[in-house]
Design a protein around this ligand. Structure first.
Ligand SMILES: [Zn+2]
Length: 193
């Protein structure tokens, strides 16, 4: 019997890892929220991450690539873990430079090579779109995009099919002057610092 990775189990694992928090948070956008994803707390434990990677690789198997690419930094560990599910698959990462994503460190993609892009969480999909551009700039073919958590509310339109282990519900974010938690005097935290 194949074990399926149900979303209940995914949420339980996120809470156990303290990778999903509830409280009062300052986001990098300057807005405030009552929920926060801190996926580094999940990926810091390979034994916690591997069921997610296995699930994502299973969903992406129809697009099986020669290369899995992760955007630095958040995508590197999930991309590595997904690539590890397919023997012989390479794993590269792209880095931000001058407002674009680039391959450095001597990484090579041959024209026509099939590629999957894997990210930890996607919201606007900006980094993933830049990685797709970088891959295509080298002649690679992006077959699919994968993420551990999809926070986009279905708003993304990548040039390739998109799979995520968990689709997050709509998470509210407020401008500080409109934040109900500020009004209640709940202490504000910045989990990534
Ligand atoms: Zn607030």
């Amino acid at each position: 019997m194949t074990q399926t990775f149900e979303s209940d189990r995914a949420w339980t694992l996120l809470r156990q890892a303290r990778a999903y928090l509830t409280g009062h948070f300052a986001l990098t956008t300057g807005r405030h929220s009552d929920q926060f994803f801190l996926l580094a707390r999940l990926t810091e434990r390979p034994d916690w991450l591997y069921p997610w990677a296995k699930e994502l690789a299973g969903r992406l198997t129809p697009y099986r690539p020669a290369i899995v690419v992760g955007p630095a930094m958040g995508g590197i560990i999930p991309a590595f873990a997904v690539a590890a599910q397919w023997p012989g698959t390479r794993m590269l990462f792209a880095e931000k430079e001058g407002g674009a994503m680039r391959f450095k460190r001597g990484f090579q993609i041959e024209p026509g090579e099939p590629v999957i892009v894997v990210e930890d969480a996607v919201t606007t999909g900006g980094s993933v779109a830049q990685v797709i551009e970088a891959v295509e700039g080298l002649g690679g073919q992006v077959r699919a995009v994968g993420a551990l958590v999809d926070r986009s509310q279905g708003s993304l339109a990548f040039s390739a099919p998109f799979e995520a282990v968990l689709r997050a519900p709509n998470i509210p974010a407020w401008e500080p002057h409109e934040c109900p938690l500020c009004r209640q005097g709940v202490p504000l935290t910045r989990p990534k610092q």
